[in-house]
Design a protein around this ligand. Structure first.
Ligand SMILES: CNc1nc2cc3nc[nH]c(=O)c3cc2[nH]1
Length: 382
């Protein structure tokens, strides 16, 4: 089997191939034991072992190669050991393609109660039932391995922006020490990948030190963390332009928590390969539909008598099947079907955007693709 071959040949079963570039934009592919991931890739978020309001096969039908699971939520409920005893996260939720799990640190800082961060790790109380937990680099690697995740993340400390330079430096240096402990705990597993996470706030020198520190430890991929934490888009783009050139060309780059369609297009133009964000599914549950022409707020009464479909030229049948009036009705009535349909429509649009970018990079026409995409968003008429 592949695993036997890997053991004898000590061959890593997760590999990134850079297939084409166009400026800083990259078209690649990550091969994993559970299938390939075409990049640039958007990863739907399946926080607690489900992409909300979607069957797993529907998520696949939107074009997703990989989805994201949250360690924080799954360790609290149902518990990592319980998921492992039930065969791992893929069998638990019946998604047999790649899964990336985050390390839990970001959610601890944003969701948990009574958090205490030390050199060792972070202790906290569950936001669900108040029970106590400790998350260390070692325990996070153990949890993500118990979940049988295909791509796992180091434990890091992400601070929000703006921040004092001293604070950005402290968190960045702690994250490098935790990166080293994560790598040791990972113990060179061949059947999954371990990504490091670059920190350093909006300071170019700190970002460069973080990238250099992670490169010297050596990872299967490099995430850019510490962004999409309240900074303006131009700050995020400046940091990306400064830090992606510092990262290895032959490894995937993953921008965590990003974003809206224009954030993703700008991230691809600045050398990012992977994205994840709750936005398309969360916005769908709140009545916002993403289309080629931008976002439509279907709560708005102006749609009440509009018999037009959302987008009659869309490749997605759900954009052609119902009137805007009907979608408006579902949203106003808070019908479950509204959340289902808009989640599917938004995820499908995010996949149209990333698959369009992949084709454009292959054809050397990324500049045109970006211009055409932005022009359609600006044209508006929605
Ligand atoms: C929604 N924005 C956002 N989600 C994030 C998740 C993260 N996880 C680990 N480390 C991060 O720096 C990090 C940053 C993030 N920004």
């Amino acid at each position: 089997t592949g695993a036997q071959l890997a053991r004898t040949a000590r061959m890593k079963l997760v590999n990134f191939s850079l297939l084409a570039t166009d400026g800083m934009a990259r078209r690649g592919r990550i091969d994993t034991p559970r299938g390939e991931i075409n990049t640039p890739a958007f990863m739907p978020v399946g926080t607690a072992g489900t992409v909300k309001a979607m069957y797993p096969e529907q998520v696949r039908e939107t074009g997703a190669d990989i989805l994201l699971g949250n360690t924080y939520h799954l360790m609290l409920r149902p518990g990592a050991e319980r998921v492992a005893s039930l065969g791992g996260l893929h069998d638990f939720m019946d998604w047999q393609r790649p899964i990336l799990t985050d390390s839990g640190g970001f959610q601890v800082m944003s969701l948990a109660k009574l958090r205490k961060l030390t050199e060792k790790g972070v202790t906290f109380k569950s936001h669900i039932d108040g029970s106590s937990y400790e998350l260390t680099p070692e325990r996070s690697i153990e949890i993500q391995t118990l979940l049988d995740s295909d791509i796992i993340m180091q434990l890091d400390e992400c601070i929000s922006l703006p921040a004092e330079r001293k604070e950005m430096e402290r968190a960045m240096e702690l994250s490098i020490r935790w990166a080293d402990r994560s790598k040791t705990a990972f113990n060179n597993q061949l059947n999954r990948a371990l990504f490091g996470i670059v920190q350093g706030g909006d300071d170019a020198e700190l970002r460069a030190r973080s990238a250099a520190g992670l490169k010297s430890i050596g990872f299967d991929g490099y995430a850019v963390g510490g962004l999409a934490v309240g900074e303006p888009q131009e700050v995020m783009f400046r940091v990306l332009s400064e830090v992606t050139p510092e990262l290895p060309q032959d490894r995937p780059r993953y921008l965590m928590g990003v974003g809206k369609p224009d954030d993703i297009l700008g991230g691809i133009e600045r050398g990012i390969d992977m994205f994840d964000c709750v936005h398309p599914t969360r916005a769908g549950r709140h009545g916002h539909a993403y289309t080629r022409f931008g976002v439509i707020n279907l709560k708005n009464a102006r749609h009440r008598d509009d018999h037009r479909p959302l987008d009659e030229a869309s490749p997605n049948p759900n954009c052609r099947r119902w009137s805007r009036a009907y979608l408006h009705h579902l949203v106003k009535a808070e019908e479950i079907l509204g959340a289902m349909v808009l989640s599917q429509i938004n995820l499908a649009y995010y996949q149209e955007l990333t698959s369009g970018a992949r084709a454009a990079i292959e054809a050397g026409r990324m500049t045109d693709f970006a211009a055409e995409t932005r022009a359609a968003w600006a044209a508006g008429d929605i």
